[in-house]
Design a protein around this ligand. Sequence first.
Ligand code: SF4
Length: 321
Amino acid sequence: MTTQTLYRDYSTHLQELYGEKIYKLPVNLPGTCPNRDGTLGTGGCIFCDEEGAGFESLPNYLSVEQQLSENKAFFTKRFNVRKFIAYFQSFTNTYVPLEDFKKNIIAASKEKDLVGISISTRPDCIPEAYLEFLQEIATERNLDITIELGLQTVNYHTLVKINRGHTLAEFIDAALRIKRYGFTCCAHVILNLPGDDELDVIENAKILSALTIDYVKLHSLYIVKNTVLGQMYEKGEVSLISLDEYIKRVIMFLEYLSPDTVIQRLVGKGPQGNLLFCNWDTSWWKIKGMIEDRMKEQGSYQGQRYKYLYGEGMRNSTPSE
Ligand code: SF4
């Protein structure tokens, strides 16, 4: 069994869609988030450090144009890629004033060799005016637009515990509105949040499938020093599942997920330094290999149990199935 038959992987999907290899160019802009600036709260999500998930990007004092051209030169040389997606990665990119947002998107859209723009944000920061503008630019420049929503879990009790500042309802509302504009939608999910169990893993897969979410990025929880979660971890207040259990959850998630959903990432990478816990001290690519090997051994594949829900009538699926 190849990776493509185990699950629908992103690089193969892009190759099929555009007829060649495509690479995402990260853009890291100075910014904040309503969950950090006092609008919703000041502490942010309990796992968030000050980088706002932009730790793989160039410094944010560089302009959009500079970041895109530097990253493009690097990836072209290293991977011989000729077409790209501009990826606004850090913080809440639709939380900046509309005029600044437009300026950033227009700057990116002028970059040559771009097939699309991907924008990372929160589910409660999707104003219609931003979507309308994106629709104009998409038509004008012939670009595909993806909105990446941080969800983390569909368990709304866990969302409160991790201080996300939004609920499941806001994610559903955002996803439906994004789809109405014809954009693709990506959900970021953490399958090992403290308090979530296997039923939550299955619910994650079922709800994302029901919403026809196009892309999923899976991360395992990492714990950074000087965050609320870091302090809880140092006091022994956080209980984490084992790597073996995590692998089981990822496979379970894939089995219940629609076979149409594309997996952008199976295992996340943690930031360098300041880490208290990350991927069970195992490199992400080893974990990816372990998941794929286990799937092959078990004969598992993405969508294996999805048919029960949608093809053969609703069943009361439980983790023991
Ligand atoms: S939504 Fe993102 S940037 Fe905002 S606090 Fe949470 S992880 Fe940090």
